[in-house]
Write a protein that binds this ligand. Structure first.
Ligand SMILES: C[S@@+](CC[C@H](N)C(=O)[O-])C[C@H]1O[C@@H](n2cnc3c(N)ncnc32)[C@H](O)[C@@H]1O
Length: 259
């Protein structure tokens, strides 16, 4: 293990100039490798992929002049929320608003048909106060962050949806990161009228928790939403093995075939 942790990066900047071309850990390097090392190795690699997505996506949004807000459904430790804030600042998006939708009490009660042991009721909980502490410490666009506390089945009301519509708060990028079918269903229902052409939907957990089955979890909720939406969704970027983004557009059924 190196002191600087660079050997945990998927793209090692210290790659070699000969075989095996990349600086692979050897048996000697991994002789004391533990499960805790594996967890932090995975976390580090996954966060790098997510960060790359935000870098690319904000470039896409700016380049295509998609004006709107950032919505995040599932905020927990503020990791992706901060990525959005930083990239928005880098692109001078001084009119963007940032909406954090979460129970701030962790996961709801749900049918445990997934295979992720830590997805239990109350898991992944971060309080509103802690969320604010982290965004304040981050220090970007703090005055334009709004938290909407509550379980989505209660908090995503028709009245709240109308308020967004009345204030013409359209979505530029929405991050659906709430793990469960039960959670994603009200989210997709809520965002539908707030989408616009070019809006990006980033769906985390598209292939997580259910052995990649499209018949379960967030993938199932997205498929159901997609079938009834007035928008079509063009596949855009892959985020690791677990997530994907789509671009909303108005068009004919099947017009994106082959792309
Ligand atoms: C995987 S974490 C989100 C991680 C976060 N994006 C980050 O980068 O730190 C999932 C979050 O979804 C929230 N959540 C899941 N289902 C919910 C529901 N039905 N209502 C409200 N919040 C929910 C949990 O409270 C938790 O904060």
């Amino acid at each position: 293990m190196s002191d600087d942790g660079a050997d945990k990066l998927p793209f090692d900047p210290r790659r070699t100039m000969d075989e095996p071309w990349v600086n692979l850990a050897t048996g000697q390097d991994l002789k004391d490798w533990t499960h805790a090392d594996e967890v932090s190795y995975n976390q580090g690699n996954r966060q790098i992929e997510k960060h790359l997505f935000f870098v690319r996506c904000f470039d896409f949004i700016k380049d295509n002049r998609i004006v709107g807000d950032y919505h995040e459904f599932g905020c927990h430790r503020v990791r992706t929320f901060r990525m959005a804030l930083t990239e928005a600042r880098r692109h001078g998006m001084d009119d963007m608003k940032f909406f954090a939708f979460d129970s701030f009490e962790g996961l709801p009660d749900h049918s445990a048909d997934h295979n992720v042991e830590i997805w239990k009721q109350g898991a992944l909980s971060t309080s509103v106060e802690r969320f604010r502490e982290l965004t304040n410490a981050h220090g970007i666009y703090t005055d334009r962050i709004e938290t909407i506390k509550g379980f989505y089945s209660d908090s995503l009301t028709g009245a709240l949806q109308r308020k967004f519509l009345d204030e013409e708060n359209k979505i530029a990028l929405v991050n659906v990161d709430c793990d469960l079918y039960e959670s994603a269903v009200p989210v997709f229902r809520f965002i539908e009228p707030l989408l616009q052409e070019g809006a990006v939907i980033y769906i985390d957990d598209l292939f997580a928790g259910y052995k990649g089955s499209p018949e379960k979890g967030v993938a199932k909720a997205f498929r159901e939403f997609r079938a009834r939406s007035r928008f079509r969704f063009q596949r855009h970027l892959d985020i690791g093995w677990w997530g994907r983004s789509y671009i909303a557009y108005i068009g004919e059924e099947g017009s994106a075939e082959g792309l």
